[in-house]
Structure formats: C-alpha cells, structure tokens
Design a protein around this ligand. Structure first.
Ligand code: 7PJ
Length: 260
C-alpha cells in the first residue's frame, strides 16, 4: 500500500504533493513501482497536527479518487469523517482506512451498506494529544481486546467479516517501547481470521532506534516492516514502494523459492 498524501503539513513529504497534479504524478510513480493499493489522505494525523475542514479535505481527496479510479490499483481513503467516506465511495474508492476505527458518529453508517474494504486501527486518545502520556498495562492484550470489540460491533451492524483488516496503529498513542512490544507480539495481538495491515514507514519508532530523521529512515522502516511480515502482516503501508517491493521479492524467494 503506497501512501499518497495531499496534506501540506504531512511530516515526511510535507508540501511536495500539495496540489492535485503533483499528487497524481506521485500516485502514478507508486503504481509503476509496484503498489497494489494507494492510500489517499487529505488530513495529517501526525501527533499535534491541526485538523483540516471538511471542505478542504473533500477538495484534496475526491478529485484524486476520481482521477485514479481506473488506474488498475485498489484505492483506499485515509479518513475518519463520514462525509468524506460517503463521497469517496461514490467517487470510486475501494477501501476506507479509518484511524478512529469507525467510532466517529455516522462513520459505521457511512460504510455499512457498501461492500468496501475497511481498515480498523487501534489508537489510544486522539492525534492532537495521543503522544503526551501513553499508558498501558499490557499493550498487546489491550490492542487485541480493542480490535476484537470493534470487529464484534461491526459484525453486529451487518458488516461482513471479509471486508475487515486490522491495524495495531504504530505510533498512535504509544511510546517507542509500546510500539516494539506490539510489533514483537503481533501474533498474540491478532484477532483470528482478520488480516493485519501495518504502517510504520518512517515513523518516530524507527528514528528512536537509529537516531535518524524521517528522510533517513528507509532501511529501518523496511527492516521493521519485514519483521511484521514474518509475524503475518498482509498489507504494508509505506512511502517507499519500490524498496518495499524489492524487500518482499527477496522475502518471497526465501519462503516460496524461485523459478529456474
Ligand atoms: C497510519 C495510517 C497507520 C493506518 C497514518 C503516518 C501517519 N493508517 N495513517 N495505519 N498512519 N491504517 O503515516 O506516519 O499506521 S498517518
């Protein structure tokens, strides 16, 4: 899953894809590099980021979905706003990726009657304040219990289980220690029957270990992503599609062999 940000204040590619044509170029590059899914986001959710208005998010996201709908890859929209969900699905989006796990009023109703895929992520608190003092008794058990509860809720509302992917939410209300405990315990944190989507591309948990800035976190990000793949992750959300694809090609050769 390649990340296409249309958020001028995004922490890594901030301002680079701020306008539609540049975002489109970026999207096409990620497709050429081997992305299977594009994740389009119009509001930065990095710690401390300012919220954007509904109108602004709409203007950023919907034209991109329309422009990319016949590009041959699945389109995911990273949003927690029900209005953006509805408009995205009407414009041709295939997946709704919600860091609030469809907990916003009206979100569940916005996706329930479509057949779109859903990414349900764990987050403690909310983006503005979530990194101030994250606390857990047992991060692995708490993430699992939260995700299990959300799955039960969605199923009760008539959402088919095959539509759902789960995400441990690296960096969302978690210290570096929590993030690595969670990564190590990814199998114990899983809810049986649901695939993991993971996102840790260039996040601070990588810089915490290497001491490097977001621009310098590629190798660390790929390493951590492969550790998630070993533990069963099926979708990897990344900025660097070509590098991730290459790492996965080698991973697949190791696990499944190569043709002669
Ligand atoms: C994630 C996300 C993630 C999912 C962001 C960033 C911050 N969606 N949106 N999982 N992260 N599902 O990319 O650093 O980890 S925005």
């Amino acid at each position: 899953m390649g990340i296409v940000n249309v958020t001028p204040d995004s922490f890594y590619d901030g301002n680079r894809h701020a306008d539609l044509s540049r975002a489109l170029d970026h999207a096409h590059q990620l497709i050429a590099e081997g992305a299977d899914i594009l994740d389009i986001g119009g509001e930065s959710t990095r710690p401390g980021a300012e919220p954007v208005s509904l109108e602004q998010e709409m203007e950023r996201v919907i034209p991109l979905v329309q422009a990319l709908r016949s590009s041959g890859v699945a389109l995911s929209v990273d949003t927690f706003k029900p209005e953006i969900m509805r408009a995205s699905l009407a414009a041709g989006a295939d997946i709704i990726n919600d860091i609030y796990a469809l907990r916003m009023p009206g979100a569940l109703e916005a996706v329930r009657d479509s057949d779109c895929g859903l990414c349900i992520m764990h987050m403690q608190g909310e983006p503005r304040t979530m990194q101030q003092e994250p606390r857990y008794q047992d991060v692995v058990a708490q993430v699992r219990d939260f995700l299990q509860e959300r799955c039960d809720q969605l199923l009760q509302h008539g959402v088919a289980s095959k539509r759902i992917m789960l995400d441990p939410g690296f960096g969302f209300g978690k210290t570096a220690a929590h993030n690595y405990q969670l990564l190590r315990g990814l199998e114990q944190a899983s809810v049986p029957g649901y695939p993991w989507l993971i996102g840790l591309s260039r996040k601070s948990m990588i810089g915490y270990v290497t001491g490097k800035t977001a621009n310098e976190r590629l190798i660390g990000s790929i390493s951590a992503a492969l550790a998630c793949v070993v533990r069963g992750a099926k979708v990897i959300r990344v900025h660097d599609v070509a590098a991730m694809r290459e790492a996965l090609d080698i991973w697949n050769a190791v696990e499944f062999g190569v043709s002669e």
